[in-house]
Write a protein that binds this ligand. Structure first.
Ligand code: ZN
Length: 88
């Protein structure tokens, strides 16, 4: 089923904090710095893409920083983004 949005999903590997906030709007357990980084990262995704889907598939441990908030290496979860906006 297509709703006119590009099929080209862009995959991001985000930390548990980002997934938690994106999927459940749950910021418990985050300190001020983490919350700021997560919200800023998510805002970036929402600014760039029409749809930001917290797929949530476990991607396992990554040695790279979180694609969203820049958190240190750790477990990562998949977020799918669709419909990159042209402006900006
Ligand atoms: Zn993150």
């Amino acid at each position: 089923m297509s709703h006119g949005i590009s099929d080209d999903a862009v995959e991001f590997a985000v930390c548990g904090s980002c997934l938690q906030v994106l999927a459940y709007d749950d910021r418990s357990g985050l300190d001020d710095d983490e919350e700021r980084a997560v919200l800023s990262g998510l805002l970036d995704l929402h600014t760039t893409y029409e749809q930001v889907i917290p797929d949530g598939t476990e991607l396992g441990f990554s040695h790279l920083r979180c694609d969203c908030c820049g958190a240190l290496p750790g477990d990562r979860f998949r977020v799918l983004c669709f419909g990159e906006k042209c402006d900006g």
